[in-house]
Ligand binder design. Structure first.
Ligand SMILES: Nc1ncnc2c1ncn2[C@@H]1O[C@H](COP(=O)(O)OP(=O)(O)O)[C@@H](O)[C@H]1O
Ligand SMILES: [Mg+2]
Length: 365
């Protein structure tokens, strides 16, 4: 199981200089003026573990340093795990990605990953069902490998169903019957897992909100699927079959887990309609921190927490709540800020490591 990242070394990654950066096992405070590379450091760590950036539409050409020596990006790290110290590396070039654990090919590192928390993501999360699904899917996948597999299969089937609806090949009727059966099975599984995850998460949200923001708010998330819950795979297949006529007209699949939504309830009101932007941000942060409590208590997992500049979202009373909250967690946290007072407050946490970034160069004390 992953415990922490001890050291990273990047080459040709954005503006970060190829010098080793060392981290402490618990709190790390990355401080620097805007535009110096704080978020880039978090991105490098996230990319190394998840093989994708937390930034949208970010590919090789975005991350490759403007003044690269060679056209490849390399991120190497020494990571501490329950099996001892290991080497994890990612090397990306235009046509190839190589992810190695101790020099050997690894799909992903088992039982351990990162969670990125950035306040700007709360905007899209409250704007669109797609964003909500994407985040919740990612959170479920963290502890449920079967979910990841079935979700992939569902999307393959969905794409095929949509092609059938558009092209209506010779064996159209048999094929669509078969795909409806498959999609019924996958949907049944996805429904169950999503519903169960949300029920679990709800055990934490109100308490997390209270700890972080000192307010007694009843915070809940409600799963809102397009197909009725509690039906068997067979029954769901039948719903897919009955929607064929409608789907044919628009040439795509109009119901199913790919159209599901989640409703965030803030004192039983829909947060999208009822909450201020500030409250939405607080609810969003509570969902992510609540998830961290869930994976810790129910799966004994401690992902590396990457927190990008949330000081601006919180007043100074709430800084203290957050600092108190973070100092109690015995897991690695890498938090960035451009706010000197917030940095100083964070550095009062015992054993916090201070990391200063200037023009992509890192100085530690
Ligand atoms: N591909 C790249 N090559 C070199 N520099 C980059 C690249 N992408 C972004 N940068 C630089 O990284 C800096 C922004 O870094 P960032 O980590 O977002 O700063 P902050 O400290 O504000 O979080 C900017 O100066 C930008 O020019
Ligand atoms: Mg930043």
């Amino acid at each position: 199981m992953l415990l922490s990242v001890q050291k990273i070394f990047v080459e040709n990654f954005r503006n970060i200089k190829p010098l080793p950066i060392e981290f402490a096992p618990f709190i790390n405070v990355v401080f620097g003026k805007n535009g110096n590379g704080k978020t880039n450091i978090l991105e490098a760590i996230h990319l190394l573990f998840k093989k994708k950036s937390f930034k949208k539409n970010t590919g090789f050409s975005q991350i490759l340093s403007y003044d690269n020596e060679d056209p490849f990006v390399s991120i190497k790290a020494a990571i501490s795990t329950t099996e001892g110290l290991q080497n994890l590396s990612l090397r990306i070039s235009r046509d190839k990605t190589e992810h190695l654990l101790n020099g050997k090919k690894s799909k992903t590192i088992r039982n351990g990953t990162t969670l990125f928390i950035g306040p700007f993501d709360s905007g899209p999360f409250f704007l669109g069902a797609g964003e909500r699904r994407e985040l919740i899917d990612e959170l479920i996948c963290e502890t449920n490998d079967d979910y990841k597999k079935i979700l992939k299969k569902y999307f393959v089937a969905l794409r095929f169903r949509n092609i059938l609806l558009q092209k209506k090949p010779v064996k159209y009727h048999e094929q669509i019957k078969a795909i409806n059966l498959q999609m019924g099975e996958y949907s049944f599984f996805l429904h169950f897992a999503r519903n169960q995850y949300v029920e679990n998460l709800n055990k934490y949200l109100t308490e997390t909100y209270k700890q972080l923001f000192s307010d007694e708010i009843n915070l809940k998330i409600q799963y809102s699927p397009t197909l009725p819950l509690g039906r068997s795979a067979e029954e769901i297949s039948k719903i897919f079959a009955t929607s064929v006529e409608k789907d044919e007209k628009v040439c795509h699949t109009t119901v199913g887990p790919h159209r599901d939504d989640y409703i965030v309830l803030f004192n039983n009101y829909n947060a999208v309609e009822f909450c201020s932007l500030g409250q939405q941000k607080m609810a969003y942060l509570s969902i992510l921190f609540g998830h961290l409590d869930l994976v810790l208590e129910q799966h004994d997992l401690k992902p590396i927490i990457l927190i990008d500049d949330i000081s601006g979202e919180l007043d100074s009373v709430r800084w203290l709540n957050l600092i108190n909250f973070l100092s109690k967690r015995r897991q690695q946290i890498i938090i960035t800020t451009a706010n000197e007072a917030f940095k100083d407050a964070l550095n009062t946490i015992q054993h916090a490591k201070s990391i200063f970034v200037s023009s992509g160069e890192i100085y530690t004390t």
